[in-house]
Design a protein around this ligand. Structure first.
Ligand code: ATR
Length: 268
């Protein structure tokens, strides 16, 4: 079977090496390639993909919402999030899924096995936040708290969450067991982190969905305070494993996939 990831830019995507390693370890002849699809070519996406004879593909920035009108069906989770990162092709039918949120939660459980009673704060209210919140709300009992700079971002949220400002998050930081940064604040060589960590409790797990850089300034600050930290690498690996499961029904070789990505990251 043939698979791909579509996006723009795409040349630095680690998805091909990750998936091809998985196929190799499982003894499969499947292939996975990166396809550069600029926004202006998207009207022809059906023709481009059909010509490639794919059984499924991943969708990354900036097309996760743009792909939706081209789908024949969409899974509940992806619909709730409003973004699709995985498409399964059955005959001529395209079915959309979103494995990002579930991928993050599956990874998180490796370092925080019993999430059920955890008090969790998510920073940011964009697509990534909504995906993670949707997946977490299915396995965590206390209501999730989401903090965002712009409160109107919550207007179309259907999940039952506590919505707070970033200032309130700073003030009540010590109430949380896990803090997850999904914002892009602090990237772009900007060392400023999204919130101040003065009120952080010593045992709180501090997480960021970014893994390039491997340790964002947000994680660095938490680590300097002695807190456990957790980056977005597992999220990337598990979202890929979940896509593979949707396409083939098989379990992926998580360890080998993660090693392949780590080796690539070290080489760069
Ligand atoms: P994604 O799909 O990756 O979640 P997004 O939908 O563009 O991306 O969302 C980006 C998130 O990062 C938003 O929550 C955004 O806050 P606003 O809704 O207020 O724009 C947040 N964000 C980006 N830059 C930020 C900054 N400098 N400070 C605080 N929040 C920031």
């Amino acid at each position: 079977m043939k698979f791909a990831v579509i996006g723009d830019p795409i040349s630095h995507s680690l998805s091909p090496v990750m998936h091809n390693t998985n196929f190799k370890v499982l003894g499969l002849n499947d292939t996975y390639e990166a396809l550069h699809i600029p926004v202006q070519d998207f009207d022809n996406i059906k023709e481009i993909i059909t010509e490639k004879n794919l059984s499924g593909f991943n969708v990354t920035i900036p097309h996760k919402e743009r792909i939706i009108p081209f789908l024949d069906d969409i899974d509940e989770q992806a619909k709730a999030v409003g973004a699709v990162n995985t498409v399964k092709i059955e005959g001529n039918k395209w079915i959309g899924y979103n494995t990002d949120g579930l991928g993050y939660v599956k990874g998180l459980k490796q370092v925080y096995p019993d999430l059920s009673n955890a008090y969790i704060l998510i920073l940011g209210a964009g697509g990534a936040s909504k995906g993670i919140a949707t997946a977490l709300s299915q396995c965590v009992q206390p209501k999730l708290t989401i903090a965002n700079r712009t409160m109107s971002r919550f207007d179309n949220w259907k999940l039952d969450i506590n919505a707070i400002t970033l200032q309130q998050a700073e003030q009540y930081l010590d109430e949380f067991d896990i803090i997850i940064n999904t914002t892009s604040a602090g990237l772009d060589n900007n060392k400023e982190s999204v919130i101040r960590l003065d009120q952080l409790s010593p045992n709180t797990l501090v997480s960021d969905i970014i893994y390039i850089p491997y340790k964002t300034s947000f994680l660095q600050q938490a680590e300097e305070k002695g807190n456990p930290i957790y980056n977005g690498l597992d999220m990337f690996v598990y979202q890929g494993a979940e896509s593979f499961k949707i396409w083939t029904g098989k379990d992926a070789e998580i360890k080998e996939m993660k090693l392949a990505v780590l080796n690539q990251l070290k080489g760069e």
